[in-house]
Design a protein around this ligand. Structure first.
Ligand code: AMP
Length: 210
């Protein structure tokens, strides 16, 4: 089972991913988390990605496809994986499809979390994330502690207003066309209303997969 979680930055993919993963019994893979871990570890991948990420630009497709291919070949992803914010350009969708075909696998569904820009700006302006386990929170001050692991909550550098505006523009230009690509490829695309209680959004997403 390979499911792509799709949507604007701040749509709630990172909040929904672990809830859906627990319900479906498969792990998640978030390229954003992998890249932030690489930056913290000071690897070459991290050094290459940092500038793009701080500006809110996309990291080059070749880098992302390297992460995706590596992840798909890992035994822990053999049963399935939820791809959180992983497919953000048409070349990434094409590359993922090719990598899946080589392994005799396929993307089973795309869940698109739908939300308007005003709500995104409001959410991201009040978002903090755990610097240790990356769990996102809305409306919790930097310096508070993570409920899950006790790590410190921090603001993401790319959640400042200018980077948010750029990320929404990047979404419109480079990421939104991916949905039409999947529809044309015959992949099931479900659009989920991403506004409301977290549990309600999870229930909508699980309902759409049935
Ligand atoms: P996220 O944590 O998903 O909001 O991602 C944070 C940042 O990481 C993005 O703004 C991009 O700079 C980079 N990134 C994460 N995933 C991708 C991807 N699939 N393609 C390109 N850049 C990505």
């Amino acid at each position: 089972m390979i499911i792509v979680l799709f949507g604007k930055p701040g749509a709630g993919k990172g909040t929904q991913a672990p809830l859906l993963a627990a319900a479906l019994g498969v792990p998640t893979l978030a390229t954003g988390d992998e890249l932030r871990a690489a930056i913290r570890a000071g690897t070459e991948l991290g050094r290459e990605a940092k500038g793009y990420m701080d500006r809110g630009d996309l990291v080059p497709d070749a880098v992302i496809l390297g992460i995706i291919k590596q992840a798909l070949s890992e035994p822990r992803h053999a049963k399935g994986v939820l791809l959180d914010g992983v497919v953000r350009t048409v070349p990434q969708a094409e590359g993922l499809s090719k990598a899946c075909a080589e392994l005799g696998r396929q993307v089973d569904a795309v869940l698109c979390f739908d939300i308007d820009d005003d709500e995104i700006v409001r959410r991201l302006a009040s978002r903090t994330v755990c610097e240790k386990c990356q769990t996102p929170y809305t409306g919790r001050e930097p310096g508070s502690l993570c409920d899950k692991c006790g790590g410190t909550l921090v603001r993401r550098k790319d959640d400042d207003p200018e980077a948010i505006r750029n990320r929404l523009e990047v979404y419109r230009k480079q990421t939104a066309p991916v949905l039409a690509w999947y529809r044309d490829a015959g992949t099931k695309v479900a659009v989920i209303d991403a506004v409301g209680d977290v549990a309600d959004v999870t229930a909508r997403a699980l309902g759409a997969l049935q």
